[in-house]
Design a binder for this molecule. Structure first.
Ligand SMILES: [Zn+2]
Length: 109
């Protein structure tokens, strides 16, 4: 473990590595369950809507993996766009997000 969790005391509201991992694991488990449910129908390869859904879930799973890597690299919670901390409230809703709200909307525009 490379993260020094004792430092987080000076940053109220800052997401700890422990919390982040728990949220990411939860997000990953629910996406995996969704994928399995899609697979269980047995017709996902034929159905374009279903395969689009499965692709979207797989993309989120990749983002979750990247978020785990950022925890290991101690860059988790830092916006890749502006290098500012992503607000804890946003990380609670979207634990695998790479951008703050401003950069996300700029990227989507
Ligand atoms: Zn940003």
């Amino acid at each position: 473990m490379s993260l020094d969790t004792s430092r987080t005391g000076s940053r109220p509201g800052r997401v700890t590595a422990h919390d982040a991992r728990q949220r990411l694991e939860h997000a990953r488990n629910s996406r995996m369950a969704q994928l399995q449910a899609l697979d269980a129908t047995g017709q996902s390869a034929e159905d374009h809507l279903m395969s689009a859904q499965a692709d979207a879930i797989r993309r989120v799973l990749e983002e979750i993996d990247e978020a785990f890597a950022r925890i290991d690299a101690c860059t988790y919670g830092t916006c890749l766009g502006c290098s500012k901390p992503i607000p804890a409230e946003r990380l609670e809703i979207l634990p695998y997000t790479r951008y703050c709200v401003a950069c996300q909307s700029r990227a989507a525009a």
